[in-house]
Ligand binder design. Structure first.
Ligand SMILES: NC(=O)c1ccc[n+]([C@@H]2O[C@H](COP(=O)([O-])OP(=O)(O)OC[C@H]3O[C@@H](n4cnc5c(N)ncnc54)[C@H](OP(=O)(O)O)[C@@H]3O)[C@@H](O)[C@H]2O)c1
Length: 245
């Protein structure tokens, strides 16, 4: 029996990229998936792929910036499968630009998605985990939480917040809960450069196309943390292509 088999796992940002790869990987190991994201058609497509392979998954349209949506996601897990074992907080936006462009809506979106979104997930899942006396938070940050590179200041700050919140949560989580921070480097997804300023987007896409690793590499890292025995907490994983400086 793998340590993933039978676990009820909610994943945000599950309609594409790392979230999609994670959902497929975990469902392939026998996890029961609850998938959240804003685009229903993308969630439905992932659910269909999982069920076509004999797996178990349900989708829920979720905007992580809304507290009630995260509550609906965790409620869906409990109503459908009777419990929630893992919340993978992965939803994100890489709308990167230099400060001088004053793209304040993008700054707000990164804070809302990565910081408020993570807190909304903690707020929804923590009571469930406490009630069950077990549960696992897996929070997706970035290598930008470790090294700041211009013009990624706002993005890096919000991902650093993910790192800090994860460690604070870990210290308070006690013997029953686990908290894992996963920091990917360049990963080959549609989100790289999306919403970024044209110059930043071109540089990011060029680098992605030259050196990025497949999203399945991040999915495997997340699976490794989840499959550990209950008493073992993988605190942090940094996974990047070898070619990334
Ligand atoms: N690709 C990389 O090189 C890289 C490196 C380090 C870290 N990361 C991080 O990895 C995570 C996944 O990114 P990705 O590369 O897989 O890009 P992606 O394919 O664009 O995935 C991001 C997902 O998040 C969802 N999302 C965005 N805002 C949301 C919101 N407010 N509520 C709910 N869902 C939302 C998007 O779906 P909807 O638009 O349908 O909601 C999308 O499916 C992000 O946190 C990103 O910062 C990526």
């Amino acid at each position: 029996m793998s340590g993933i088999k039978g676990k009820v796992i909610a994943v945000t940002g599950a309609g594409s990229g790392i979230g999609e790869a994670t959902a497929l990987h975990l469902a392939g190991q026998g996890g029961r998936l609850v998938l959240g994201g804003r685009r229903k058609d993308r969630l439905d497509a992932v659910v269909d792929r999982i069920t076509a392979r004999g797996g178990s998954a349900v989708g829920s349209v979720v905007d992580v910036t809304r507290r009630a949506d995260l509550k609906r996601l965790t409620d869906t897990a409990v109503d459908r499968f009777g419990r929630l074992d893992v919340l993978v907080s992965n939803a994100g936006t890489m709308a990167i630009s230099p400060f001088d462009e004053l793209r304040q809506d993008d700054w707000d979106a990164m804070v809302a998605t990565h910081v408020t979104g993570l807190l909304n997930g903690i707020g929804a899942a923590l009571p469930v985990f406490r009630r069950q006396r077990s549960g696992h938070f897996v929070n997706v940050a970035s290598t930008a939480a470790h090294v700041v590179k211009s013009p990624q200041g706002v993005y890096a700050a919000t991902k650093t917040a993910v790192k800090v919140l994860s460690e604070g949560l870990r210290q308070e989580s006690g013997p029953d809960l686990r908290v894992t921070l996963v920091s990917p480097g360049f990963t080959d997804t549609e989100g790289v450069g999306r919403g970024a300023s044209p110059e930043a987007a071109a540089a990011l896409v060029r680098q992605r196309d030259e050196i990025a690793m497949p999203p399945s590499a991040v999915a495997s890292a997340i699976g490794y943390a989840i499959e550990q025995p209950d008493g073992i907490d993988i605190g942090e994983i940094v996974v990047r292509p070898t070619a990334q400086a």
